[in-house]
Design a protein around this ligand. Structure first.
Ligand SMILES: C[S@@+](CC[C@H](N)C(=O)[O-])C[C@H]1O[C@@H](n2cnc3c(N)ncnc32)[C@H](O)[C@@H]1O
Length: 210
C-alpha cells in the first residue's frame, strides 16, 4: 500500500513540477496583474460563490477573484509556488497537488479558473483533471480556462521551460476534451513576442458550464 501511495504521488511530482519549482525561484516569475481576458469574463458572468484557482502560479488571480466577491481556494503542483502563496495569501487555503485526483469535495465550487495550465500535462492527465473539475463543480456552475493552441510557435522554444511536457491543442481537440461540459464558448487570443514578430503565443479561451 505504501508503494502504491508513493507511486501515485510520483505521478505528478514529476519533471514538469520540478521545472515549475525552478521557474518560481526567479524574480521575473512573479506576475502582478491579472489577464484582462479573465477580467472580462468575470465582469460579464455576474456570478459569485466558491472559486478554485487550479494552477494558481504566483497567485495573480486570487485578489481578482476576491474583488469579484468569490471565496477563493488555490492549488498548484509546484512546491515552490505553494510555499510562496501560503506566505502571501495567509488567509487563503492553498494546496499542493500531487496527482490528477483533486483534494476537494464533490460539488464544492461554483467556479473553477485554470489559466494556462492544462497544456503542461499529458492529454490523459488533462482528461482526468477535467473529469475532476466536473466532479467538484456544482451542476450549472462555471469553468473558465485557457489552453495553449496548436498555432503557438513560442512555447516549444522557450528556454525557461525546456524539457517540460507540452501538448498544444487544436480547436477540435478542445471541444472533445470538454464534451461533458455544456454551453461551451471558445475564444482565441494571439500575440507576438516584442521584437519577434515571427513568434506566436496563442491560447484558446474557454468558458463552459458544468
Ligand atoms: C503558465 S503558469 C500559469 C499560472 C497562473 N494560472 C497564471 O495565470 O498566472 C502554469 C501553472 O500551472 C501549474 N500546473 C501545471 N499543471 C498542473 C497540474 N496538473 N496541477 C496543478 N498545477 C499545475 C504550474 O505549476 C504553473 O504554476
Amino acid at each position: 500500500m505504501k508503494f502504491y501511495l508513493e507511486s501515485k504521488v510520483g505521478l505528478m511530482q514529476n519533471s514538469n513540477s520540478k521545472i515549475w519549482d525552478n521557474h518560481y525561484t526567479k524574480v521575473k516569475s512573479k506576475l502582478l496583474y491579472p489577464d484582462e481576458n479573465l477580467v472580462r469574463i468575470l465582469a460579464k458572468l455576474n456570478w459569485q460563490g466558491r472559486a478554485l484557482d487550479h494552477g494558481a502560479g504566483s497567485g495573480r488571480h486570487i485578489p481578482l477573484l476576491k474583488n469579484f466577491g468569490y471565496s477563493v481556494k488555490a492549488c498548484d503542483y509546484s512546491n515552490t509556488t505553494i510555499e510562496n502563496l501560503k506566505k502571501e495569501f495567509s488567509d487563503t487555503e492553498v494546496r499542493l497537488i500531487t496527482n490528477t485526483e483533486l483534494p476537494y469535495l464533490d460539488n464544492e465550487f461554483d467556479l473553477i479558473i485554470s489559466w494556462g495550465v492544462l497544456h503542461y500535462n499529458e492529454i490523459n492527465e488533462a482528461k482526468k483533471i477535467i473529469s475532476e473539475w466536473k466532479r467538484i463543480l456544482i451542476p450549472n456552475s462555471y469553468l473558465a480556462c485557457t489552453i495553449r493552441a496548436d498555432t503557438d510557435t513560442h512555447l516549444a522554444i522557450q528556454k525557461d521551460l525546456s524539457g517540460s511536457k507540452i501538448k498544444l491543442y487544436s480547436l477540435e481537440e478542445v471541444k472533445s476534451l470538454l464534451e461533458d461540459f455544456k454551453d461551451l464558448k471558445i475564444g482565441y487570443m494571439e500575440r507576438t513576442v516584442l521584437g519577434k514578430l515571427d513568434q506566436r503565443i496563442s491560447h484558446w479561451i474557454i468558458l463552459a458550464k458544468s
